[in-house]
Design a protein around this ligand. Structure first.
Ligand SMILES: [Fe+2]
Length: 333
């Protein structure tokens, strides 16, 4: 399907304006559903993907084994609403990539069951989900519940993956350092982050070999896991996306003053917890990627009634929504 800048803008505009109520995007029966023609069904576009992060969905506060200091009872509904919005896009993305922190805080199995329930309408619509872990996740319960959405990993014990899209490879790294399993406490989320020797070795070999452009993603920023210079120097890496900070963050990575190469590194917001609330829509062209920001809310530290919102919050949303960033495949062009 041919996509121009104009149709891409229409897609982004449709994300939200065509939004449907939660649970109604695909599943709810409408009188015309049973007579809907083939042509009225949404198209899955392999050159379109959504990148989301920091869902932080969870069971009710009272049922959590380890308590946070806040109940965050609005998060699940916020994520549900944004999922419905994605399903309301005129052209559906063939892939949704999830950059970790799926659990509200402590990586409990029940959190992942709720995540599965909230995200499964995407899978039911034919969209392929690929997830990786963040510092608030735990791999064992995550794999047990969300195993279908964890792509085969080239690195044992890590949720790394390469998804081959028509014009580029989407690489998801796993930057989670698990807390000591013997520490039966609430230390999840407080650990350090790293790729580990094996994953770093695999990444280096993969990037040395590949002839295809690559967009590299992890839960943590590239400089937090020590690969920022590698990302700039690798000829095929066109950009880096991360979560963790719950903010639309735009950075440029440079390798050194001697080299003129650079890439964008962009922070993806949270789907429901706090600060920037939204997701990214990536459109692939033959020579570049374009990332459009879907900004739906802003609040900190928690959602508050409209009358109590700082005026700046609404301004931030307005300024950020619809912003587009380009990631050229040829870094030296
Ligand atoms: Fe997070």
């Amino acid at each position: 399907m041919k996509c121009t800048r104009r149709t891409f803008l229409r897609e982004v505009a449709a994300a939200g304006f065509g939004a449907m109520v939660a649970g109604g995007a695909r599943g709810a029966a409408r009188p015309s559903d049973d007579v809907a023609s083939e042509s009225s069904r949404p198209i899955l576009d392999p050159n379109l993907c959504v990148v989301m992060s920091d869902l932080h969905v969870g069971q009710p506060w009272a049922e959590q084994t380890f308590k946070t200091d806040r109940s965050y009872d609005y998060i699940n509904d916020t994520v549900r609403r944004l999922v419905a919005e994605i399903l309301g896009m005129k052209t559906l993305p063939a892939h949704v990539f999830v950059l970790g922190d799926i659990s509200v805080c402590f990586g409990e199995a029940r959190d992942y069951e709720i995540a599965q329930e909230i995200l499964s309408p995407l899978a039911a619509a034919g969209i392929r989900l690929v997830v990786t872990a963040g510092n608030h996740d735990r791999r064992a319960p995550m794999a047990k519940v969300l195993g279908d959405w964890i792509a085969p990993s080239p690195v044992a014990g890590r949720f790394a993956s390469v998804t081959r899209l028509p014009t580029f490879d989407m690489i998801l790294l796993d930057s989670l350092v698990e807390p000591d399993p013997a520490a039966d406490d609430n230390s999840v989320g407080r650990g350090k982050c790293e790729l580990g020797a094996e994953q770093a070795k695999w990444l280096e070999a993969f990037l040395a070999d590949t002839a295809r452009p690559a967009l590299v993603c992890a839960h943590h920023p590239a400089w937090s896991i020590g690969i920022n210079k590698q990302m700039v120097k690798s000829p095929k890496v066109c950009g880096f996306l991360h979560g963790h900070n719950h903010s639309w963050q735009e950075n440029i990575l440079f390798s050194s003053y001697a080299r003129k190469t650079m890439i964008r590194m962009v922070g993806i917001p949270s789907m429901g917890m706090d600060r920037d609330i939204g997701f990214g829509v990536v459109r692939a062209f033959d020579d570049r990627l374009e990332l459009a920001q879907v900004a739906r809310d802003y609040y900190f530290p928690v959602q508050v009634p409209k009358a109590e919102r700082l005026p700046l919050w609404d301004r931030l949303v307005k300024e950020r929504h619809g912003r587009r960033l380009t990631f050229p495949f040829d870094k030296l062009a």
